[in-house]
Structures are given as C-alpha cells and as structure tokens.
Write a protein that binds this ligand. Structure first.
Ligand SMILES: Cc1cc2nc3c(=O)[nH]c(=O)nc-3n(C[C@H](O)[C@H](O)[C@H](O)COP(=O)(O)OP(=O)(O)OC[C@H]3O[C@@H](n4cnc5c(N)ncnc54)[C@H](O)[C@@H]3O)c2cc1C
Length: 420
C-alpha cells in the first residue's frame, strides 16, 4: 500500500555515511526518512521526493558470550540476529516475525516470545549510538546521555538515527512451540479457553490467537505458543491446550528458537496489501469475544485476520512504569484487526472491514495503542500518537525532542513535535 519515490537513497555502510546524510538533508532542507528493516506498517521509512537513509546494509554483529551481550547494527533482521546469538546458546527478546528489523522494533518498545520472561527488546538495550539532528554521534546508556536513552526506549525514531545497538542476552536452548488450530466457527469457545489458559500462564509462555485462512488450507482459529523454559515443563503447561476440543492441527513440539521465530512468517508474505488497526484490551469480556467472532466470520479476503496477543505482563510489568518511554506495562493483551490481500483492487474492502471491526471493538479497548502498530498519521490521527505515550510521557518526550531535534528534522515517524 506504500508507494513512494525518494529523490535520493543513501545506502549507508557506517556511522560516517549517516552523519554525512543527516548533514546533507539538514543543509538542503530535505524531507528525511530512515529505513532499517523496512517492516513498518505506516511506511514512514520512505518518502516522496526527499532523502531516504537506508541502513539495511549495516548488518555487523558481535556476540560477547562471556558478558552475555551483543553489539548489533540497525540493518539486521531478527532472523539474522537470532542466528548469530543462538550459535552461543543466547537470545534476547525479538519480534515474532523473523523478517522484522531489530532497530524499528526496539525503538518502539519491542515484544515477542521472550518478553514476559526477560522484558521488552528495549528493556534489554544496554546502550546505543545515535546520530543527532546536528550530525553529532553520541553514545547513550544508563550512565551516558541518560535522558536520550530514556526516550529512545519507546520513543521511536524521533531523536536521531541509531547506528549501533548493544543488548543484554540470556541463555536459551530449545523451546516448545507451534500452532494448535480449530475451525474458525469455534472462535467463541477457543477464545474463551485462550483467556482462561493465558490468565494462568507462567512468564515462560507467550502466545497469540489468530483467525485466518491458512495458505492452501481451511479458515482457522489457531493458538500459537512458545514456551521458553524446560521442555518437560512445557509439555505439562501446554497439555490443557493440546487436549482442548478436537483440533484440526497440532504442530506443537520442541524446536530451536530460530525455528519458532519463523513459524508464522508465511502469514505475512512481502508484497501484500496490509492495513492494520490495533488497541490494547481493557478487558477480554465475553462480549468482546463475540464481537471478534462475528467479524472474523465476514472477513473480506482469506488473508484478512485478527490477532489477539498475550506477549505482555510478567517481566514487562515488573519494570518501573517510568523507567523508559514505553507506556503499556500494565497491559496484558493487545488485538490487531488486519485487512490483508494480494491484489490492490481488493484493498479497499479490506481497509473497510478492519476499520469497522476495530470500531466495534472500542468499548472493550483501553484507549492506548502500541506505537509500532500505528498506521499513517493522516489516517490514524495525531491524538493516537499521544495515546501511545499518555500525557505525562508525551510531554517529557516533546521536551526531549526540543533538545535533540528542535527543527523536527526527523519527522517521518510517529511524530512527537518539539515542545513549543
Ligand atoms: C508482520 C509484522 C509483524 C510484527 N511483529 C511484531 C512483534 O512481534 N513485536 C513488535 O514489537 N512489533 C512487531 N511489529 C511491528 C514492528 O515493531 C514495527 O513495524 C517496526 O517499526 C519495524 O522495524 P523495522 O526496522 O523493520 O521498520 P522500518 O520500517 O525500517 O522503520 C520503522 C521506523 O522506525 C524508525 N527507525 C528504524 N530504524 C531506525 C534507526 N536505526 N534510527 C532511527 N529511527 C529508526 C523510523 O522512524 C522508521 O520509519 C510487526 C510488524 C509487522 C509488519
């Protein structure tokens, strides 16, 4: 759905190229876009007529197995990152789709299969190098430029171009993961079960429910799981799910974490038309579940779907709410209404369905939204960006923006305008 033509694309190979590109854009008053993994639904990583800083060639990475840390460049995807850290039996929280970029995901917060156990991707960030709007390379961490470090962890790409990220790693062997799927007509019963099952979940269990038509398969409600503790314990924890009702598919089993990370990549092939609307649940009531079931029975295309994620809570909640700019530590479930299809001609009916579905869900939504799931500002509205941070954090971020980017050079993002 995003079809833009930058006048210039700077394919950077390091911080020096990024500094030169930022200085060039500032000097020539160019619209500036920053692309890392290129996965974001809002399409802010590209622009019409301006300069795109393309970081996708910056894929350097070095694991320090002794200190359990990794230094990584922003052009890496989670597939590339996980492959290297898992060579040492280590991992950190990444996204659930392996083709997503590490940089955009981390800067917005970042959750996935390990978040309930180890916190968000941004909670595991130890330091970052940033090229500011003035073209200065600064290092940020808990002890250096602390205010900027606070804002980077949730504030998106508002404060500069991140050229290097250092993460904490955790030991991780095989996980118990896979999909258990039922006919989509069973959505009500299965989502009620999912609510009870996840209500008792240990931190090691991350899961999500998806209502979709499988490629060359039936329309299903599937529960995808990843248990990242001892495998025998995983067998026991997942037994109620695997013995619920009569599943069409049960693919759960032990596998490498790198395999689990790719399990649902097939649901998001590149080149498709994609329109997302998302919120956090206030409560996953029976009425909310009925609303989901009703809309999933009238999906406009096989790929249009709904996802209910249970990736938050646990360690994410135990971290002080003010520790970083990310603002949803009390949330437990998020939902996404995703209109998806291959043909451009079908896109409008998918957009309509996602909007109507999301609107119908609002009585059960908290009013907040995850910044990384927001669409284009023109479509979502500026108030939704504020809703991603809440008034207190939004004001602190606007003050930080004034300090690091007073002219709003970095404005192609979920934009926080400099405090007036
Ligand atoms: C199919 C799919 C699955 C997803 N799954 C998850 C998930 O499991 N968990 C989750 O938390 N999120 C998930 N997301 C959302 C994801 O976190 C965002 O789309 C994220 O922005 C992707 O990062 P990227 O680097 O690939 O994107 P890009 O499109 O390259 O970048 C997005 C924006 O981030 C900023 N940015 C990126 N890199 C830098 C940098 N180095 N310096 C400064 N600014 C930068 C820019 O403003 C840019 O416009 C998913 C998205 C999709 C489409």
């Amino acid at each position: 759905m995003i079809d833009k033509r930058p006048a210039l694309i700077a394919c950077c190979s390091g911080a020096a190229d990024v500094i030169a590109s930022v200085n060039f854009a500032r000097a020539h008053n160019l619209l500036l876009a920053v692309r890392a993994g290129g996965h974001n639904i809002a399409g802010n990583a590209t622009c019409d007529g301006g300069l795109m800083i393309n970081l996708s060639r910056m894929k350097g990475l070095r694991v320090d197995p002794t200190h359990r840390t990794v230094r990584a460049e922003p052009g890496l995807t989670w597939a590339e990152f996980d492959q290297e850290t898992q060579a040492f039996g280590l991992a950190t929280t990444g996204g659930q789709i392996s083709t997503t970029g590490i940089a955009g995901l981390t800067l917005g917060g970042g959750w996935g299969y390990l978040a309930r156990q180890h916190g968000l991707s941004s909670d595991n960030l130890l330091s970052a190098d940033v090229v500011t709007a003035a073209g200065r390379l600064v290092t940020t961490s808990a002890s250096e430029n602390e205010d900027l470090f606070w804002g980077l962890r949730g504030g998106g790409g508002n404060f500069g171009v991140v050229t290097s990220l250092e993460y904490r790693l955790h030991p991780l062997g095989k996980v118990m993961a896979g999909l258990v799927a039922f006919p989509i007509e069973k959505t009500r019963e299965v989502l009620r079960f999912f609510r009870d099952f996840t209500g008792k979940a240990p931190d090691q269990l991350a899961s999500g429910a998806v209502m979709i038509t499988l490629p060359d398969g039936p329309a299903i409600i599937g529960i995808g799981v990843c248990y990242s503790g001892p495998l025998e314990e995983g067998e026991r924890i997942l037994k109620p799910l695997r013995s619920f009702g009569t599943p069409l598919i049960d693919q759960v089993g032990p596998m490498p974490y790198t395999g689990a990370q790719k399990l649902i990549d097939g649901l998001y092939p590149s080149g498709n038309q994609n329109y997302w609307k998302s919120s956090f649940f206030k409560e996953m009531s029976d009425e909310a579940i009925d609303t989901i079931a009703a809309h999933c029975l009238k999906r406009p295309s096989p790929m249009s779907h709904c996802v209910v994620e249970h990736q938050l809570g646990g360690a994410v909640r135990r971290i002080d709410a003010d520790a970083t700019a990310f603002n949803h530590r009390d949330a437990e479930y998020s939902f996404l209404c995703i209109g998806e299809c291959a043909a451009r001609a079908d896109a409008q009916s998918c957009v309509r369905w996602a909007r109507e579905f999301w609107q119908a869900m609002q009585p059960y939504a908290s009013g907040a939204v995850y910044v990384n799931y927001l669409g284009q500002e023109a479509d979502e509205g500026t108030e939704r960006i504020k809703a991603a941070y809440g008034p207190k954090k939004f004001e602190r971020l606007a003050a930080l923006k004034k300090r690091y980017d007073p002219t709003n050079l970095f404005r192609l993002n979920q934009n926080i305008k400099p405090l007036a």
